[in-house]
Design a protein around this ligand. Structure first.
Ligand code: PGA
Length: 249
């Protein structure tokens, strides 16, 4: 079975009611590849606006979620609250949360498990820093991050996961990974999934690339056999996001 191409737009901490409504209206009216699954991830404050204005064919993702069901956790959002608001996905383990907010591998794993148990899909981000790449540790780092999640998920849970490989040195820097670098890590991740989870999960799971994806570099990346889509930051705020969604046309 062919894996459905998946493109996420991670708006990060950008946008206003007006600019987000404009992005959504542009996407609602665009001619998009019907074979691409598109998920939009605005700041939490604009999740409801996004869900109410975006065409139902688009998924909506929270940029973060907490692993506890309710209670005294100031500033956090629960899986149930997201579900209640029509949000069907959550990003987990983005490097900006791992690096800036000091979230560790097991926290990402607990959030992933809680999100899946509550019926959400998870875009699980993994990726190495420049220092880790230069010391030859890329595959060790991304498989360690993925392995922490694997230790908490059942085999069935993986049907709800999209893995996003996002080298930290490529995020927001304009320095995109080469097609070879992306394919090499995606293939290593798929092999890890085949060996440590199951060959059929490895065959079916989407592994998407993120880090300075734009309308110029997306087509070559999209041709790689193990690149099943993109997680797009900066370029998702621009009209060229449409060309990235259509990278396979
Ligand atoms: P970028 O961000 O496209 O702006 O590099 C990607 C991401 O962090 O998801």
């Amino acid at each position: 079975m062919a894996r459905k191409f998946f493109v996420g737009g991670n708006f990060k901490m950008n946008g206003t009611q007006k600019s987000i409504a404009d992005i959504i209206s542009n996407l609602n009216n665009a001619n998009l590849d019907p074979n691409t699954e598109v998920v939009l991830s605005p700041p939490a404050l604009y999740l409801l606006l996004t869900r109410s204005q975006a065409d139902p064919k688009f998924g909506v993702a929270a940029q973060n979620v907490f692993d506890k069901p309710m209670g005294a956790y100031t500033g956090e959002l629960s899986v149930e609250q997201l579900h209640d608001c029509g949000v069907s996905w959550a990003l987990v383990g983005h490097s900006e949360r791992r690096v800036i907010l000091k979230e560790d591998d097991d926290f990402a794993a607990r959030k992933t498990k809680a999100a899946i148990d509550g019926g959400l899909g998870v875009i699980l981000c993994v990726g190495e820093t420049l220092e880790e790449r230069e010391s030859g540790k890329t595959v060790d780092v991304v498989t360690r991050q993925l392995g922490a999640v694997a230790s908490r998920l059942s085999v069935q849970d993986w049907a709800k996961v999209v893995i996003a490989y996002e080298p930290v040195w490529a995020i927001g820097t304009g320095k995109v990974a080469t097609t070879e670098q992306a394919q090499e890590v995606h293939a290593a991740l798929r092999k890890f999934v085949a060996d440590s989870i199951s060959p059929s999960v490895a065959e079916n799971i989407r592994i998407i690339y993120g880090g300075s994806v734009n309308d110029k570099n997306c087509q070559e990346l999209a041709k790689q056999p193990d690149v099943d889509g993109f997680l797009v930051g900066g370029a998702s705020l621009k009209p060229a996001f449409v060309d990235i969604i259509n990278a396979r046309l």
